[in-house]
Design a protein around this ligand. Structure first.
Ligand code: HEC
Ligand code: HEC
Length: 437
């Protein structure tokens, strides 16, 4: 489970709504250069390099396809047309940036990344872009918020090069987006948030099967960050129940997109899925779901995404936006159909209790920056993932365990001599946590 994603989802909640009401431009004269000597620096800003990505027609085309599709850059980095369903970016404003919020001494927005030299990114280097995309560090070294780098860091080296080449080819648009002003606490949290300190190579993804290709795309845009109920009670990865979007009175719950046939997308065929993404359910899907951008993807990629979603662990949890929100026992949030959902507990089976003390310990996965703690207390096992207490672990078959508030079952891995060395959780792909004590 990725706690960083939670932060991403949270900011969307706070800021997305203002996109719709931001029409008045800041006067151009107000340009103030950010003071490089006092600007806050991420503790984890890696050194910039002088690499350059060669411009080729293939890269321009691939970069355009990715940036305007699965990576949805311009949902954020452009002025959007709030008179149209899904708030698509204005086609002549791609990269202009958009100031979302400037009120009560707080200010936030997506910067101008077009090639304009005064108000945009005309003077930045290729590696400044690469670092922002893969590590979430700005051209000036500040740790970025809301910029979805935790998904983007999965971009293969060639796809990264393509995106940078394409973004740098955007025509200059003069639009001043004033620097962010956050609370001191949030500012500190961003500067202290761990980020990869090196830019490790990412090889070309396996796209030999529909499922493999779909998984690559799903990781890039982090469907899971929005479509998992991280906050009150987590019904499962991709199981929905995260309140995203507009404002306090107009929040919309992310639906369940797991393989569950009754309440998820398990029963959808290609045609249905493609129609929903292309039309945003005839224009009823809110801006919080970047469907106006995903709609630009080709049929093959959309089919791949559906095929991969159908491999997820099914979660029984129905979310229907548009109905009056009611309290849902499954995710603990208010959403349409909420009170008609029931917690379907996995059936406990008899576990080998003599082994329980061997399972206790700390388990870590460095690549998702996450820790799982297993404790043995009162003859039972207890699990804490990240900072969330997930409750009492019980066996659900010979090797798998579950707990009430755990996003997926887990299983313990033993070495040849029977010693517990790791555990696995079942995300889009199984994630292995090594036991460190
Ligand atoms: C969900 C909204 C969102 C999406 C999608 C998004 N960004 Fe960003 N991006 C932001 C925000 C917000 C910031 C500024 C964050 C801050 O100042 O804390 C940012 C910062 C950046 C920066 C650093 C700007 C600087 O001042 O140094 C670059 C470069 C960038 N984004 C490029 C991209 C590209 C390229 C894509 C698509 C591949 C993309 N972004 C997708 C929201 C987004
Ligand atoms: C920034 C948050 C966000 C991201 C990223 C996101 N979604 Fe969504 N998605 C939502 C929200 C919120 C809704 C509900 C919108 C509404 O009902 O108005 C939604 C709705 C949907 C729906 C319609 C489901 C239904 O039953 O109505 C599908 C399908 C979907 N998303 C798939 C995806 C896929 C696949 C991805 C990744 C490629 C993805 N989403 C990424 C927030 C997001």
């Amino acid at each position: 489970m990725k706690r960083i994603l939670v932060a991403f989802g949270f900011l969307i909640v706070g800021f997305a709504f203002v996109v719709s009401c931001e029409h008045d431009k800041k006067p151009h004269e107000k340009i103030k250069p950010v003071d490089q000597t006092t600007a806050l620096q991420s503790k984890y800003a890696r050194q910039l390099t002088d690499r350059k990505f060669a411009v080729t027609p293939d890269r321009l085309a691939r970069g355009k396809y990715l940036a305007n599709g699965i990576l949805f850059c311009f949902n954020c980095h452009s002025k959007v047309d709030s008179s149209k369903p899904g708030y698509p970016p204005f086609p002549n404003m791609l990269g202009s940036g958009n100031l979302w919020f400037d009120k009560d001494s707080l200010r936030f927005g997506a910067p101008n990344i077009s090639s304009d030299k005064e108000t945009g990114a005309g003077n930045w280097t290729d590696d400044m872009f690469a670092r922002a995309i893969r590590q979430g560090v700005g051209h000036d070294g500040r740790g970025l918020g809301t910029m979805p780098w935790t998904g983007f860091r999965n971009l293969s080296d060639e796809d990264l090069a393509s995106v940078v080449v394409y973004i740098r080819s955007l025509p200059p648009i003069s639009n001043y987006v004033a620097p962010r002003i956050l609370t001191k606490e949030r500012e500190l949290r961003l500067q202290n948030q761990p980020r990869p300190m090196s830019d490790d190579p990412v090889s070309t993804p396996d796209t030999s099967t529909l499922v493999a290709k779909g998984k690559y795309l799903i990781k890039l845009s982090d469907c899971e960050g929005c479509h998992t109920g991280w906050y009150v009670r987590n019904p499962g990865y991709f199981g929905g129940g995260n309140l995203v979007g507009l404002n306090d009175t107009e929040k919309v719950a992310s639906p369940n997109i797991t393989s569950d046939i009754q309440t998820g997308i398990g029963g959808w065929d290609d045609e249905t899925f493609i129609r929903v993404i292309r039309t945003g359910k005839s224009g009823t899907l809110k801006f919080a779901m970047p469907w106006t951008q995903f709609a630009n993807m080709n049929d093959g990629d959309l089919k791949a995404i559906l095929a991969a979603l159908k491999t997820t662990v099914p979660v029984n949890h129905r979310v229907v936006n548009g109905l009056k929100p009611t309290l849902c026992p499954v995710c603990g949030q208010m959403h349409g159909f909420g009170d008609q959902n029931k917690i379907v507990n996995s059936k406990p089976v008899q576990g080998d209790e003599t082994l329980f003390p061997n399972y206790a310990g700390t388990y870590v996965n460095d690549s998702v920056h996450d820790t799982v703690l297993i404790r043995f207390k009162n003859k039972k096992l207890w699990i804490t993932q990240g900072q969330v207490e997930n409750g009492n672990l019980f066996a659900i078959d010979k090797i798998k365990f579950s707990a009430n508030n755990l996003p997926s079952p887990i299983s313990f891995i033993k070495n040849a001599s029977g010693k517990v060395i790791a555990l696995t959780d079942y995300d889009l792909e199984p994630v292995v946590y090594q036991k460190i004590n």
